[in-house]
Structures are given as structure tokens and as C-alpha cells.
Design a protein around this ligand. Structure first.
Ligand code: LLP
Length: 418
């Protein structure tokens, strides 16, 4: 479900005409719906209610404070991967006992700060990291709560860059290493081993790879429990796919029903780490057509948002629906012709969409759908472009939740040759 709909040919976000947002805050602009964010969180929570899950929203998907705060107020915890995300989690008011911390490269400082803050647990990705955590906890006179990230060697059907559960990827540890470590946990006296973490990838639309993964987790937990090891957590990660084009992803209920039997057998307190499922379709990127450029080979719709604002099409060749904000009846000034929607950046890989048939003119507004997750959070200042503003529709009102960057912001941390 999402709250971006056409009413009398005008795109609305909940009850607010999207054009209003662009007029107030300019373009490019990320625009989010609080109703959609909440709806997705609640659907997932309800689907797993029999397991009383802790849903730790994955901050990397969209880390704006207002969005984190909105989800935290709903009861969500947060899944973080850096000191910066821990800082955001604190600012957003997330209780420490609802924070889980993954990342293959946690620094000493990050580990120390997270321990100090008493987060719920680390998702530990390697033995060297486990040693480091053990050492730091020992020095601090604390015990570090940890789940071991298990790499199940499962191939989901998704883009190679966002596949994380194959043995060739850098994530987690193989079954033997996890088993051995749990059985010999005395080697890490300052670590409190709580359980298992898995996250096999992102934008996964069917349940089978999750079921296969959990079957392997079951083997693992049964084995170590039979040797007297106590476990108290199972974190099944995120990865649920959404609709960008014509995908038919499982619903939250389908997913829960598919994995419930094996989860019941594993029988441990459950954590999930969804990012895209919650935020993906809760946001659009608004952009204005600057030029309609016809060349003998092609038509280009040159818009004011580029790959620095929205990287997914360039990086993964990801498809995002792009539609005019006003579906007007007036005649287009050019005859229709498939067009590439491109940004102003000096790279041929700078596109938001290819071969789209759109009847728009210069000055028209367009919406890039599915931009709520991994949109702004992957944006950059490339070509010294100021990162866009972000706005949220919440309880019938629209508010700016991140100002557009200024030119001064671009050079804030720089100085001339001393
Ligand atoms: N947990 C862990 C440990 C993760 O690494 C991730 C995402 C998530 C949870 C959340 O996954 P989700 O539910 O959003 O699929 N930039 C890419 C996606 C990278 C995902 C990285 N890890 C994209 O734009 O598609």
C-alpha cells in the first residue's frame, strides 16, 4: 500500500497535492508519507504478532531523524551499521535496548561507544571482530551482548550487489565457524552470546530463500542447544522486496506464514530488520523537466535531479516508475517519442529512467516512485550539487524535515591553502 494517488489527474501524497510541496520547497525534493511508513511497520508487526517480534528498522534505508523518530514512536527498534547511525538512533530517541549493530568493519571507537550506550546486541561478522569486542568489553569491565552473523550460502534472486548470504560475500561466518564459536564461547569471557543473526540480501520477493536459510539456522541451533548452549535471540535480518515495476512480492502475511513453521521450531525471541519494506514505497523524488532535448538518435528529458540525488538507477540499473505530477489533457508540444530521463551530471551513467514514453513539457513536474528507501540516504554532493530537501506529510500537514543544502554547506569543512 502507499499513499501517492492521482485525484482528478493531480498526484497527491495522502490529502496534499504534490505540486504544493514542490511550490513550497522547490525541486529536487524527497516527499514522504507518514501514513505509509506507519502502515508498513504495523502490517509487518501484525503479521508476526504470534512471535512478539522486535522490529528494528534498518536505518541505512532512510536515516532522516523525523522518519526514525516516527518509527521509534510506533515501537520500532533500529538496526545500525556505524557510529553515525548510533548517533542518529540516540537523537531519534530509540531506547538502547532496541538497537542492534551489524557491519563487517566496526572500529574500536564504534564498539566502545555502542557498549557504553548498552545497545541490545552486536551482530558479529567475524572472529577477529569478536576478539576485538571481547577485548574492549574486558577493558571496560562489561559484557558485550552478541549474536553471530551466520552466512548460510544461499542465493536469493536479486541484484549481485545486494546479495549478502552467499559464501563469496564478505558478510557473516560459515556454519562451522559459528557452531565452533558457540560451543567454545569460554574463549571470549567478556562476550554474552545471545544467538544468531542472518541477512541474506535485499529486494527479495519470494519466501523460499528465507525458508532455506532458516532451515539451516534450525540445524545450527538444534545442534548447539543439544550440547547445552543456551540461546535467547534469532535475528532474521531484512530483505523483503517491494513493487518498483511489475514485481509480485510476497505480502507481510505471506512471508510470515511461509516462515512461521520453521520459526516455531527454532523457538527463540525474534528480531527483524526491514528497511525497504517500510520506507521504499513511502517516498517519491520530485523533479522538474529542464529541457526536452531531441537528437537524431534519441530524446532526452533533462531533469533537475541526477545520480547524486538518486543513485539506484545508475548503480544497479534499478527501475523506478516516473510519472508526470499533473496528468493534463493539453496537447504535448512535441510528438511523443520514448525518452531517457537524465540528470545534469557529467556522466553518461546519469539517468533516472530509460526509454520512457512521457508526455511532458519543459517546466513540468515529475515524480520518481519508490524513492523512500536508499534514495536520499545514498545521495552525495558529486558535481558540487547541493543535496535535496526532504519533506513529510504527517497528519494532514506537510513539513520540511531536511533543508535543502546551501552553497556554504558545500564548503563548510574545507579551507584554502594555508
Ligand atoms: N539488515 C542488514 C544487516 C542489512 O545489511 C540490510 C541492508 C538490512 C537489514 C535492510 O535490508 P532491506 O530490508 O532494506 O532489504 N542500496 C541497496 C540496498 C542495500 C541493502 C544493504 N543492507 C539498494 O538501493 O537496493
Amino acid at each position: 500500500m502507499h499513499s501517492f494517488t492521482y485525484r482528478q489527474q493531480h498526484l497527491h501524497c495522502e490529502d496534499i497535492p504534490v505540486r504544493t510541496a514542490a511550490e513550497r520547497f522547490g525541486t529536487p525534493l524527497y516527499l514522504y508519507s507518514a501514513e505509509t511508513l506507519r502502515d508498513h511497520y504495523r502490517k509487518l508487526h501484525a503479521a508476526f504478532r504470534d512471535f512478539d517480534p522486535l522490529i528494528c528498522y534498518s536505518v541505512k534505508a532512510n536515516s532522516n531523524l523525523a522518519i526514525l523518530n516516527l518509527l521509534v514512536r510506533e515501537g520500532a527498534g533500529l538496526d545500525i551499521v556505524s557510529g553515525g547511525e548510533l548517533f542518529r538512533a540516540k537523537k531519534a530517541g530509540c531506547p538502547a535496548e532496541k538497537i542492534v549493530y551489524a557491519s563487517v568493519g566496526k572500529t574500536e571507537e564504534e564498539i566502545r561507544d555502542a557498549l557504553e550506550y548498552r545497545i541490545h546486541m552486536f551482530n558479529v561478522e567475524s572472529i577477529p571482530e569478536l576478539r576485538r569486542i571481547n577485548e574492549i568489553a574486558g577493558e571496560a569491565g562489561k559484557r558485550a551482548p552478541a549474536a553471530l552473523r551466520f552466512n548460510p550460502d544461499i542465493q536469493p534472486d536479486t541484484h549481485a550487489y545486494i546479495t549478502t548470504g552467499k559464501k563469496e560475500t564478505k558478510f557473516g561466518m560459515d556454519i562451522e565457524t559459528v557452531r565452533h564459536t558457540l560451543l567454545n564461547q569460554g574463549e571470549f569471557p567478556h562476550v554474552d552470546f545471545r544467538g544468531i543473526h542472518v541477512h541474506i540480501g535485499s529486494q527479495i520477493t519470494d519466501a523460499l530463500p528465507f525458508q532455506r536459510t532458516l532451515q539451516k539456522v534450525l540445524e545450527l541451533t538444534e545442534h548447539v542447544q543439544s550440547k547445552g548452549i543456551a540461546l535467547s535471540a534469532l535475528n532474521i535480518g531484512g530483505g523483503l522486496g517491494i513493487v518498483y515495476e511489475n514485481e509480485q512480492p510476497q505480502t507481510a502475511d505471506d512471508f510470515a506464514q511461509a516462515v512461521a513453521p520453521v520459526l516455531r521450531k527454532i523457538n527463540l525471541p525474534l528480531i527483524l530488520e526491514p528497511g525497504r519494506f517500510i520506507a521504499g514505497n513511502a517516498g517519491i523524488l520530485l523533479t522538474k523537466v529542464l529541457y526536452v532535448k531531441d537528437t537524431p538518435a534519441k530524446r532526452f528529458l533533462v531533469v533537475d535531479a541526477g545520480m547524486n540525488d538518486m543513485l539506484r538507477p545508475s548503480l544497479y540499473r534499478a527501475y523506478h516508475e516516473i510519472l508526470p505530477v499533473e496528468q493534463k489533457k493539453s496537447e504535448p508540444c512535441q510528438p511523443p517519442r520514448p525518452a531517457d530521463v537524465v540528470g545534469p551530471i557529467c556522466e553518461s551513467g546519469d539517468f533516472l529512467g530509460k526509454n520512457r514514453t512521457l508526455t511532458v513539457n519543459e517546466g513540468d513536474l515529475m515524480a520518481v516512485f519508490g524513492a523512500g528507501a536508499y534514495g536520499f540516504s545514498m545521495s552525495s554532493n558529486y558535481n558540487s550539487r547541493r543535496r535535496p530537501a526532504e519533506a513529510l506529510v504527517h497528519e494532514g500537514k506537510i513539513s520540511l524535515i531536511r533543508k535543502r543544502e546551501s552553497e556554504d554547506d558545500l564548503i563548510r569543512h574545507e579551507q584554502m591553502v594555508p
